[in-house]
Design a protein around this ligand. Sequence first.
Ligand code: ZN
Ligand code: ZN
Length: 349
Amino acid sequence: MAQTMIGAVLPGNSTVELREFPVPHPAQGQVLIKMKASTICGSDIRAIYREHLGKGPEGYRGVISGHEPSGEIVEVGADMRRFKVGDRVLLYHISGCGRCHECRMGYQISCTSPLRAAYGWQRDGGNATYCLAEEADCIAMPDSMSYIDGSCVACGFGTCYEAIRRIGVSGDDTALVVGLGPMGLASLMLARARGATKVIGADVVPERIALAEKLGIADMVIRADENAVDKVREATEGLGCEVAVDCSGVSAGRQLAVRGTRRWGRIVFVGEGGTIELNTSPDLIHDQKTVFGSWVTNLANAEDLVERMPRWNMHPDVTCTHRFSLDQAADAYRTMDEGKCGKVAIVFD
Ligand SMILES: [Zn+2]
Ligand SMILES: [Zn+2]
């Protein structure tokens, strides 16, 4: 194995820097993963790439970027309990302290210990030839999953699966998804897989509307304009959807998610940032609606999702519109930043 490797760091100012790093070796309880795919998440753009805006759990410590890694274990430390060399894995993308209540529930995302470190934020992530990881953060991938499928689960699809479960999407429901970036596409696919009888997508960006239509993952894709609520109602016996997922992260999108649901509607917000303005009585109280916030997922739900994917014959990699090599990481981030794309992946030999 080579002694050094290339890794991509994000210095801010919408730039990517390729640097040389020593190849790490796993200590007790750790694995070395030869990277196969590393997809870019919207949070990378929002909180790191343009400017280092993130604080606390989103604070960037100048490490190798990429929090959606998947690959093959090529070296292991002492005392492995489950995984071995040759295993195909994706990473649950946050290492927690392992001892607090949230960690014991598998929600390392919500761990507040100083030991908590997210890959690509506070510890080296997937945009490098190799990634050093804790065995406890590895999730086994079925053979039928591609590495890009695995990377998509590491943050995006896992986060959407959690949100879809939070609002209990089933065959009783029609579902509205607002914001059709990678998270919105994932939510459409997952809502349908969980049984929603009609799934409606909405966005303002023509390229995103076109991609959702081309993928054939929605029954209807609409422009999120001032007529959008009416269009949703027309498609749902005048009532609106039972459930809605907001992936837009903007006030107008969240309003559409809330107003596009019927009485007793359940709405979940997963798109980060921004604010929301609602007319509390008509929008929420009088229509008996419930709004949930949902942040990432836990280990068990991520494993459940990976187990169900072959059953559903679901391949998140269909949402990947752009693939780049690690050398082209700057192009990959620029493409994602422009937002006229589906998922953007860095792929490795
Ligand atoms: Zn993410
Ligand atoms: Zn913890």
